[in-house]
Design a protein around this ligand. Structure first.
Ligand code: HEM
Length: 404
């Protein structure tokens, strides 16, 4: 057994048993962050904070929510919204956080793409990030089922139908997922379990992986500068803090992170108190009715771009295009053939590729919300083709990129 001495303080007692000093050194005091990064590098912390808000508000909602097809709608729209003190506040906090988290995820992803932060050595950061994106998408979808309103029911119907895999007609798989021929009690039970237990647990694990993946390559910087972290850290520890190109994560960089988180929270609570409506669909304030299909079924804003890639094509090619859109971002570190981990503005054609992708995603999102008729349908179709074309040309335009 290890050698234990009589502890001189509570800190010393814990340190002998849990090595808290080593832990603190590895995770914060000697975890080095480049100085040349901007506020966009605080988005990871903003995301971690928003996930915390979702967990806490979710626990409060869980105290009154009832996962039963006869009472779920009223437990949310009547009990929580009207009867429970401040229940409306927890619901609005949860709904706004669920929507805003995607806005921040997209900003965080696009920052990574713009600065090439997925390149050699950082692939695991990117892959674990994409796993988080998929897990958050599943979490948002399963949560959307819970109020058991019209959009919960019909979105559940449409999305689970995708598992029939078009002409392959795997209807048995759809029924297996639903636990019934149509969404019903079994469906609500299992999506409830996924939403409150299995997916949040998975998210916690993958966040651990994402943070662990950052530890060895360290975060990138806004100039695409390569430097020796050990050497710069040695300067910092020797007291040459001005000369060193890095600072310690805690408390130096953390205080900067917290400043950005504070500004974010002002924006967040502004939305919670004055604009919570954007995070809720009016049609979902009607109880689920399996006999009344809403005239226009669409998902929440953050899924619209991929929905629009599915919609303009006939059934089977649409499914293939949709599947492509779901997995292709995982492969970015390999589709981008250039070794340059520098800002897109210094990468020639890739700069235009980046902005064309951003504009295309915005157009797809706008068209996904509109009914698929006339000119909207045409624009949606062109944007969906453009999305696929952009991915096809990426390896070619990056293969011969000049090394910077
Ligand atoms: C939703 C949960 C997420 C959390 C809590 C999270 C957290 C973080 C944190 C704290 C950092 C370090 C600081 C920073 O650059 O912001 C980071 C970096 C990074 N994340 Fe995430 N992230 C999440 C999702 C994602 C997603 C969806 C992607 C994209 C696929 C992603 C890709 C990256 C990349 C590439 C970096 C490295 C940035 C660099 O080296 O400069 N993350 N993340």
């Amino acid at each position: 057994m290890a050698h234990f001495t009589k502890a001189t303080s509570v800190h010393d007692w814990l340190n002998q048993r849990l090595a808290i000093d080593t832990l603190q050194r590895v995770l914060s005091k000697e975890y080095w962050i480049p100085k040349n990064i901007n506020f966009l590098w605080a988005m990871g912390m903003v995301l971690a904070f928003t996930f915390g808000i979702l967990l806490v508000s979710g626990i409060f909602l869980l105290m009154y929510y009832q996962p039963n097809v006869d009472t779920a709608f009223d437990s949310v729209n009547y009990t929580i919204m009207r009867e429970v003190d401040f229940g409306w506040l927890w619901r609005h906090v949860h709904a706004v956080a669920a929507s805003v988290v995607f806005l921040i995820i997209y900003i965080h992803m696009l920052t990574g793409i713009y600065y090439g932060s997925y390149k050699k050595g950082r692939e695991m950061i990117w892959i674990s990030g994409m796993l988080l994106f998929v897990a958050f998408s599943a979490e948002a979808f399963s949560g959307y089922m819970l109020p058991w309103g019209q959009m919960s029911y019909w979105a559940g119907m449409v999305i689970t139908n995708l598992f029939s895999l078009g002409s392959l007609e795997f209807n048995g798989l759809v029924e297996w997922i639903r636990g019934d021929y149509v969404p019903g009690q079994a469906f609500l039970d299992r999506f409830f379990m996924l939403h409150v237990l299995l997916i949040p647990l998975a998210i916690l694990g993958v966040i651990g992986l994402h943070f662990g993946a950052l530890r060895i390559p360290h975060v990138n910087n806004q100039d695409g500068e390569e430097f020796d972290f050990e050497e710069e850290a040695a300067k910092y520890k020797a007291g040459n803090k001005k000369e060193s190109k890095v600072i310690a994560f805690a408390n130096d960089f953390l205080s900067k992170d917290m400043f950005v988180v504070s500004i974010y929270l002002i924006f967040f609570f502004y939305l919670v108190f004055w604009h919570f409506g954007f995070a809720m669909d009016p049609i979902n304030f009607d109880p689920a009715d399996g006999l009344k299909t809403p005239p226009h079924i669409y998902p929440e804003w953050y899924f619209l771009w991929s929905y629009e890639i599915l919609r303009p094509f006939p059934k089977d090619p649409g499914l293939v295009a949709f599947g492509f859109a779901q997995v292709i971002f995982f492969l970015l570190p390999w589709f981008d053939r250039s070794p340059n981990a520098v800002p897109a503005s210094r990468r020639g054609l890739f700069f235009f590729w980046f902005w064309a992708m951003v504009i295309d995603l915005i157009v797809l999102t706008a068209m996904g919300k509109l009914p698929p008729v006339g000119v909207y349908s045409l624009i949606g179709k062109v944007a969906a083709y453009a999305f696929i074309a952009l991915w096809v040309i990426l390896p070619f335009i990056t293969r011969n990129e000049k090394r910077v």
